[in-house]
Ligand binder design. Structure first.
Ligand code: GLY
Length: 402
């Protein structure tokens, strides 16, 4: 999301390339961004009414499961996405009511700044307080984010040269690192920039290099979990937790990798990270099992294709990631076209929920955890967050062009 600010500072060369490939984007790939934003604002407004009913317990919306809205406390890994959406809606509309709501729900998460029990504090706090700080410059938010970066950094192991993802499932793992963890690097990069202390950025670079070394297969798809010995740093095993099987390509994992390596390139300008992001994009965009509308099945190698649920959340993360990667890569036109196709699909009636339905969630058809039969083919809040982020990025790019 800090990309939104950085976006305004991109070089004229990058801007010029965007103009070139934008002009070449086929008409059939266009969708009405402004109309879509009006629809998303109305639906998010409805979601605020739904969420207000649960206010007493300070719960936040996560998903729908078996026809019920799932509301979660601040320590759930998804707690930051709803406040993040409210900040983005404030940024998109300038309407003060969104800011008031964003402040209220962001501050439910205040205690999580001390949470050292999961890598997910990066998601939780950077999507909520991070967006809030970028938009308001609130110094209290800055202090909370710096404390969160300390909590996240406490999970770093210098033998493994990585941040530990989970503490749960001790019977299965010793020192698990999941590809999703690449998304938490942005908080560490931000913390070094704000504090002047290089430590956070250094451990983010080490973590990324370890991931680059061990998480990817020769076709550039990634394993979900790599488990390490915390004593020696050696790899114990490479497995899946949320994918179909250890050797398959879980769709959201590929999306996290694409987005995470793009962010690392933004901060370091290390070409190895750009190359990896491009290789992941190629794996995703040229995969034989990618449907025409570019909304992937929940696992690229799921057993009953094409009769498998999609994952709109993976699509939204990919679209947002590609909109940034397009600004850095020689393949910019291809990435912008693909992001447009995804956004056009997600903004169609096949995926975008009608106003006043689905407890106010924006998108249908995400898959949370197929192996555990949880949140399958349902609306999930992180799909909405990255969809809104992608729409916001697209709006900014359009504003730069015309
Ligand atoms: N980070 C958990 C997930 O992607 O489901």
């Amino acid at each position: 999301m800090s990309y939104l600010k950085i976006g305004l500072k991109v070089s004229f060369i990058v801007l010029f390339s965007f103009v070139l490939f934008s002009c070449q984007t086929s008409m059939s790939n266009k969708f009405n961004l402004e109309k879509t934003l009006v629809k998303t604002e109305a639906q998010l407004n409805y979601q605020c009414e739904v969420v207000d009913k649960f206010n007493k317990n300070e719960l936040l919306p996560r998903s729908i499961d078996k026809n019920e809205v799932v509301m979660v406390p601040s320590n759930d890994w998804t707690s930051g996405f709803f406040p993040g959406e409210l900040w983005m809606m404030f940024e998109l509309t300038g309407d003060a009511k969104w800011k008031e709501r964003a402040i209220k729900y962001t501050e439910y998460l205040e205690n999580e700044q001390f949470n050292e029990s999961t890598h997910d504090v990066g998601f939780m706090m950077y999507c909520s307080y991070g967006n809030g700080y970028q938009i308001t410059g609130n110094q209290k938010y800055k202090a909370i984010l710096i404390q969160t970066a300390k909590s996240l950094a406490s999970r770093y192991n210098s033998k493994v040269k990585s941040i530990r993802s989970w503490d749960h499932s001790e019977d299965l793992y010793t020192f698990p690192v999941i590809i999703d963890n690449m998304m938490n690097m942005e908080l560490l990069l931000w913390a070094s920039k704000e504090t002047g202390d290089p430590y956070y950025k250094n451990i983010a670079i080490n973590h990324t290099n370890t991931t680059l070394k061990n998480h990817f297969r020769s076709d550039n798809s990634s394993y979900h979990v790599v488990d390490y010995s915390s004593e020696t740093g050696e790899v114990i095993k490479k497995v899946t937790n949320q994918g179909y099987a250890d050797e398959t390509a879980w769709a959201r994992g590929q999306a996290w990798g694409l987005y995470g390596f793009t962010v690392m390139f933004r901060a370091t300008k290390d070409e190895a990270y750009l190359d990896q992001a491009e290789r992941i994009a190629e794996f995703i965009l040229t995969h034989k099992n990618m449907p025409e509308d570019k909304i992937p099945y929940w696992d690229f190698d799921a057993p009953k294709l094409p009769n498998e649920p999609r994952d709109a959340s993976a699509a939204a993360i990919i679209a947002s990631g590609l909109l940034e990667l397009g600004g850095y890569s020689k393949n910019g036109k291809e990435y912008l076209d693909a992001a447009n196709t995804i956004l056009k699909s997600l903004s169609s009636k096949d995926y975008l929920n009608k106003k006043g339905t689905a407890f106010g969630f924006l998108l249908a058809h995400s898959t949370g955890n197929w192996p555990r039969n949880s949140e399958i083919d349902e609306p999930i809040v992180y799909a909405d967050y990255y969809y809104l982020e992608a729409l916001n990025r697209k709006k900014r790019l359009n504003a730069m062009l015309y």
